[in-house]
Design a protein around this ligand. Sequence first.
Ligand code: KG4
Ligand code: ZN
Length: 792
Amino acid sequence: MAHTHRILAFDTANEVIALGLGELDPATRTVTCVESLRIPAHRASNTMLLPAIDDLLARRGIGRSSIDAVACGRGPGSFTGVRICIATAKGIASALGAPLIGVSTLDAVAWQLQKGGARGEALVVADAMRKEVYPVRYRLSDEGAVRLEPDRVVKAVEEAAALPVNDALLIAGDALTKYVDLFAHAGALAPEDAWTPEGAGLLACVQAAWRAGDVDPFDARRHDPALVLPVYTRLSDAEENERTRLASHDARDLRTGVQHAGSATIDHAGGIEYRPLDAAHAEDVGAMEAAVMGSDAWSVSSVLDDLPRKDRTWWAAFDGEALVGYAGGWIVDGQLQILKVACDPAYRRLGIARTLLAQLASDARDLGATECTLEVRVSNAGAQGLYRALHLRDVGTRPRYYSDGEDALIMTGPLPLASHDVAGMELIVDQAAREDESSPLALAGLARPLVIAIESSCDETAAALIDGNGTILADTVASQIDFHSRFGGVVPEIASRKHIEAICGVTQVCFETAAAHLGIDQLDWGDVDAVACTYAPGLVGALVVGVAFAKAAAWAADVPFIRVNHLEGHLYANKIAAPDIEPPMVVSLVSGGHTMLVHVRDWGDYRVLGTTIDDAVGEAFDKVSKALGLGYPGGPIISKLAATGNPKAVRFPRAMMHSGDLRFSLSGLKTAVITYIHQQQEAGVELNLPDIAASFQAAVIDVQVAKAERALDQTGAREFCLGGGVAANPALRAAYEAVCAKRGVRLTMPPASACTDNAAMIALVAIDRYHAGKFAGLDCDACAHTDLEEPY
Ligand code: KG4
Ligand code: ZN
């Protein structure tokens, strides 16, 4: 008997888990639903989804490896719910090497209605929070459910008011839970259990798309799990607010972390900065338009008119303060229509147009587009070449489109997103130095276990592979810093979005790097003995992506899952710098989120000697930098300025220096600096930035060193270690060197790459956890806070 082909489908965009198992018949392109569930999961999709999947397969006696394809809901719905669904699906599909097919959550609801016998017009309205809804209309017939419009987001009141009374309209969707009174007049309400999807609806969507030729559940290359992303239909709040501010001609706010040097997406090759176009640069755009676009040039007023529109995205490229390129797009009907791409002729061939297009595409994707389209002069072979390289194809011409009578070529294609895309982040790949370069290890000779670890607690998506000897085989980090810097700090929603975009690419590069290190062709999920992940502490929405992905991959690969406390990872990072290091030791952990002294009595046995009662040290650097009108992150900027300043110029307070305990307080110092700045400004005195920076930094260091000495006294430890981003500060390092030399204490100062967030440190903890047999369950969740003294 032929092997049965199976597809697993699920969705957690709402407060329920929709779960289905289908059988695939390639001859007739039929998906037969063999199981369809809807499980209530209020705020519990991450803990309940994987156990529910596991339970379903166990009940049916089906092995994980006999799943041939995976389908998942892409929303729209709860952003976190959708990301849990997609991260889980990416984990399962990646580990199985199976295709991943994204399905609209709303389509699944519509198909569910159709399967239930409903015919005629239907409206599915999903809750979009903030008094908004995602409405989509469908026509239901014996043939199926046909979507009549693309995804959009609109105020619930406005949508309801615009609906004519129509008894024949069937209304469903989870927005009815909140807004049933608003929508009741407009038609007939579907029964409540049809407001959210279940497995059968998802499977029906797959079958319809399969028959239409839009998907092929047997084509893993076409349906690379990296390519499936959530449907948001809007930018993050931070970006929306930024657009509003940038579009206003009032330049007053423009200096607050938006316009400043070092606070933008940096093209590392060319030193070009990319940022959303603002009204203050409309004149420059107008000038370049006039210079390069001839009679088709946009005027300054048409640019100013376009900027504030919610369905537009405009980006600009700068060399220093000079505008050297810009691009604009209009998101309409699920398409990004490229309105404009221009580049200063002196800056051609630097990849500026390509980067600008990537920025437009990224926004457009968040705003609900899946395709892009544009017009280009038939004579402009250069531009056409770029667009073809981005997989756009010719679909026709518009005769005499340009004012000089030239024809336009119309080109259309998918929004550019390569499977190796790490969402435009800078990818840092580190391969452990091999001791004997001449003899590759090969997989057979590898010390087991082989463990992959994933880290996503803040603004870095990272993966590392470690062998049983504790050797790091590969260490990859995709840093999002460029996407946060212009907001003056990490924006949680953007962090979560970037993690889900990058997670497949980062893990794939990690496997490839390790394979190269081992001298073998390929290394994959099937080769690992365990999967580990940071589960706490950190930004929950960010952590949840890594946790859902990692435990799903562990489940699919049928290996144990290990959860790691991020802070314990920072302690273990010292092994990267000094492999022979052994407790007891005192570790000072100083980052943007943490300030603590930890007594490591043994690995796994920690006592937190003291923490900050308010701001973290890195946070203080960042806030002072912001107050001085400088960029983000503030640490490197302040420390560079401080190098030329006088640390005794201003006497800032040394809070809690003599408090007799090991607690810290930094908010008073920050306030003192800000007060000082205001006083100087009011007195009309020009600020001496280097002196302020050096004086602030000296106040921080004095307290840090005093408390470190007290901790060494208290514990009698002979080892002192550093961790966290602030440990990169040269003056702090020099102060510790002096103090430790004086006391005869060994000092370990990891390189910056081991101090800041990475997955190698998580992998080092994971190997110990593996040997101790400490594994986590499929219901493991992400947590914002944990107790380091109880690391597992
Ligand atoms: O550990 P990290 O990369 O991320 C977390 O916060 O978890 O630390 C980032 C923090 C930022 O606040 C940054 O301003 C600070 O480390 N930092 C520094 C320096 N380099 C980075 N602070 C002082 N001096 C530096 N050279
Ligand atoms: Zn950290």
